[in-house]
Design a protein around this ligand. Structure first.
Ligand code: FE2
Length: 386
């Protein structure tokens, strides 16, 4: 039972009854940020988050309007893109939203079919299927709009052997900080506007064939001051999970509302990345300057072993180490999970990261919501946005 729990992924088999098979997704292909300065952002992800230089496109590869740096860590690929002139939709995006996620790219078998099927089901087109070629083969990509100005791009790369996409060259650097042990994207959360939750749940069901497999209402996610609602959407094989948050009325301003104000619209709130050794990963990230939310109070850690015992699990990590790093613990019937959240990684209080280690559990840390949101509220208080 509990002594045999090992780091686990969320699920690679078909686990969600009701999800439709018309859109098989094999994984997250890449996440593209539009940023003010891609060169410096890439340096940050290498230095602080342990990503490696992977690919580059810009003036030297024949582009005139933008530069993109691709950094990689195990299965996680992040693309950082900046406009090279003032007359650019990339620049407009940054002007409005600040640095943020523009593209969630999904790895599919057939990008044309994915496009046709989702459009047929009501998606708004971002990019008709395009075939890009170079000496290493071809990639087909297509795209649809999701919440806000965020887009999903379908990537078909079965006939491609190059480093990333046609047009990119390998990026070799003399500066190569080591990995911190981040492995893959576990889930990506979107914040949507007031009364928009059910619209987007229906959109994921109708357009993407996803299922809503977990819901939390504002009674479950509430502190003394603020509240929010959350629903988790997943595809059929469980590899892709998109929780959606909507603000709810509370005594003070919800963190979701703060996000919507500063992002000036709906968008990606956090990216959860998995590790097999969260103690090592977070120790390393802290040493490299990543700022995390403050730890829950002593009482939280005093109660942690009992909370696990209730589910017949035994914590394999030293609770004192977890506490000293601010890592939180949650459990369900299947196992437990360890998680921690960074502070926002840009000046606007918008996108942040979650580091997660699953030890059998398939939840999202519902048992930690209160402690987490109280920690976020302490930050909001400092920002004058609570
Ligand atoms: Fe999360």
């Amino acid at each position: 039972m509990s002594d045999t729990l090992k780091p686990t992924s969320f699920g690679l088999e078909k686990i969600f009854e009701g999800a439709q098979d018309f859109l098989p997704i094999m994984g997250t292909d890449y996440v593209e940020f539009y940023v003010g300065n891609a060169k410096q952002a890439a340096h940050y992800y290498k230095t602080a988050f342990g990503f490696q230089s992977e690919a580059y496109a810009g003036l030297e590869t024949g582009l005139r309007d933008r530069t993109s740096y691709v950094v990689k860590q195990d299965k996680i690929r992040i693309v950082l893109t900046t406009a090279l002139n003032s007359n650019s939709p990339i620049g407009e995006h940054v002007k409005k939203h600040g640095d943020g996620v523009k593209v969630i790219a999904l790895w599919v078998e057939d990008a044309r079919y994915s496009y046709e099927e989702t459009i047929k089901r009501g998606a708004k087109s971002f990019m008709e299927p395009v075939v890009e070629k170079d000496d290493n083969g071809e990639v087909v990509r297509s795209g649809i709009y999701a919440y806000g100005e965020t887009v999903f791009i379908f990537v078909e790369r079965k006939n491609y052997n190059g480093i990333f996409l046609p047009g990119y060259k390998k990026w070799t650097s003399d500066y190569n900080p080591t990995s911190v042990g981040l492995k893959y994207v576990d889930h990506m959360v979107g914040n949507v506007g007031w009364n928009q939750m059910n619209t987007w749940v229906k959109w994921f069901e109708d357009v993407m064939g996803f299922v809503n497999f977990l819901s939390f209402d504002d009674k479950q996610i509430t502190t003394e001051y603020s509240a929010l609602m959350s629903k988790v959407m997943a595809n059929g094989n469980g590899r892709i999970k998109f929780p959606i948050n909507e603000p709810a009325e509370g005594k003070k301003k919800s963190q979701i509302e703060e996000y919507l104000d500063f992002y000036e619209g709906e968008g990606v709130q956090h990216i959860a990345v998995a590790t097999d050794d969260i103690i090592k990963t977070v120790t390393e990230m802290r040493a490299r300057g990543v700022e995390f939310l403050s730890a829950p109070p002593q009482a939280y850690y005093d109660m942690a072993p009992d909370r696990l015992a209730k589910f017949n699990h035994k914590l394999q990590e030293d609770v004192k180490r977890l506490q000293s790093l601010g890592i939180m613990i949650d459990a369900d019937d299947e196992g437990y999970l360890l998680q921690i959240f960074t502070k926002p990684v840009e000046d606007r209080p918008t996108l942040f990261y979650e580091i997660i280690q699953r030890m059998g559990a398939r939840g999202f840390g519902a048992g930690n919501f209160k402690a987490l949101f109280e920690s976020i509220e302490r930050e909001q208080e400092l920002r004058g946005t609570l």
